[in-house]
Design a protein. Structure first.
Length: 133
């Protein structure tokens, strides 16, 4: 039995492929929903709000950076920063939520680190691995 995945599976998993696009879209949707839920309906991890923001945006921006290869890293970070600012402004009117500049900064930093790590560390590793298949 061969340990090499079937070519069709490899094409789905490649950077810019459909699996990463679905993961990126799903993560963006989850961030949007969680950002706009009332405070008493939103799940909490037990970590600080800023850590939650950094973690959510690192993962989501990482998936987006691997899924949308035509987008520059700066464009991805700007888009997430703008979305985060929009969500923070919306939270002014959502019961049980607070709008804080520090949450926007945490989200933007998470998007930056996620996009940079995905594009400049994970992408070359994935491409090298796929080239050997």
């Amino acid at each position: 039995m061969s340990s090499v995945p079937p070519p069709m599976l490899l094409s789905w998993l490649r950077p810019g492929g459909p699996v990463l696009k679905v993961l990126a879209a799903t993560c963006c949707l989850v961030i949007t929903v969680l950002s706009l839920l009332p405070g008493n309906e939103r799940p909490h991890t037990g970590y600080s709000g800023n850590m939650e923001h950094v973690a959510a945006y690192i993962g989501t921006a990482g998936f987006v950076a691997l899924a949308l290869l035509r987008w520059r890293v700066a464009t991805i970070v700007f888009a997430f920063s703008a979305a985060s600012a929009f969500f923070e402004i919306c939270q002014i009117w959502i019961p049980g939520r607070t709008s804080l500049v520090e949450n926007w900064v945490a989200s933007t930093l998470g998007a930056f680190f996620g996009a940079v790590a995905a594009r400049f560390i994970l992408l070359p590793l994935m491409q090298a691995w796929l080239a050997r298949r």
